[in-house]
Design a protein around this ligand. Structure first.
Ligand SMILES: Nc1ncnc2c1ncn2[C@@H]1O[C@H](COP(=O)(O)OP(=O)(O)O)[C@@H](O)[C@H]1O
Ligand SMILES: [Mg+2]
Length: 245
């Protein structure tokens, strides 16, 4: 059975960083095969995972009906195309979703896509999804299974509110993750325990601002070059060890 590990939260909170770190963790622990899915139109995951060339699902979705060869069904064509654009790297594969739909009607394509993505995901033990802040792929039902949901915020009030809105959306969509964890990331000064959220979240985790991550991001380096003794690795890995099975 495959497990979907999904990261959600306002932009800039650390979704891509923590999703990439999860891929690194699964690879190091030999918990494979892993599929990383970048569901944010501003894709950051390829760079963090050291992948420089890729095609997006949006590109093939938008041209599927025009480019499909005669005599081939939309199903067959999209399946071939998706398999073609999944980038294979050492210890994980990567699928980049790309920008959301334009104004055309993509219902037919979307329904097929949904099914094919489900089929493809069965090939992997873990699917790590770096979601976009608007949760488009989730509200459209393209990604409808979540086993482990990490909602990321920072100590900023607006970011905590965004996290709570995402939590409400997930509930409205009747998605019930096995575990739902609230991470407050990039903490610089001591903050008060957010006790009031405990009824919504199994766990609330506090991650400090890590200078090594800042440096890595400024230099455009991948998550694999982050030093093993970084505080974020120690703290986030121990959370994954406890929660991911
Ligand atoms: N714990 C942390 N310590 C220091 N910088 C962080 C931390 N988490 C994320 N960042 C930085 O914050 C910025 C936004 O992180 P990112 O993962 O791209 O967020 P998102 O994907 O939610 O938009 C990046 O520059 C990243 O390096
Ligand atoms: Mg991101």
């Amino acid at each position: 059975m495959s497990h979907f590990i999904v990261f959600a939260g306002k932009g800039g909170t650390g979704k891509s960083t923590l999703a990439a770190l999860t891929v690194r963790y699964l690879r190091e622990k030999n918990l494979m095969p892993v599929l990383a899915v970048d569901a944010d139109p501003n894709f950051c995951l390829p760079e963090l995972l050291e992948i420089s060339s890729f095609e997006t699902l949006a590109e093939i979705r938008d041209t599927a009906l025009q480019r499909k060869p005669d005599g081939m069904s939309l199903d067959e064509w999209l399946e071939l195309e998706i398999n073609r654009i999944v980038e294979e790297s050492e210890g994980f594969d990567l699928l980049v979703m790309g920008r959301p739909e334009g104004s055309g009607c993509y219902c037919a394509v979307n329904n097929v896509l949904k099914r094919i993505l489900q089929d493809i995901s069965e090939k992997y033990k873990y699917i790590v999804v770096d979601n976009e802040a608007g949760m488009e792929h989730i509200s459209r039902g393209i990604l409808n299974k979540i086993n482990f949901l990490f909602i990321i915020g920072t100590p900023a009030k607006s970011s905590i509110q965004a996290a709570l809105r995402i939590n409400e959306l997930i509930k409205e969509l009747n998605i019930v993750p096995k575990k739902k964890i609230f991470i407050i990331n990039q903490i610089m000064n001591r903050i008060e325990e957010q006790e009031e959220f405990h009824k919504e979240f199994k766990k609330i985790v506090y991650l400090n601002f890590d200078e090594n991550i800042k440096e890595l991001s400024e230099k455009g380096k991948s998550i694999f070059s982050l030093q093993d003794d970084s505080s974020i690795i120690k703290n986030f890995y121990s959370l994954l060890e406890e929660e991911i099975d």
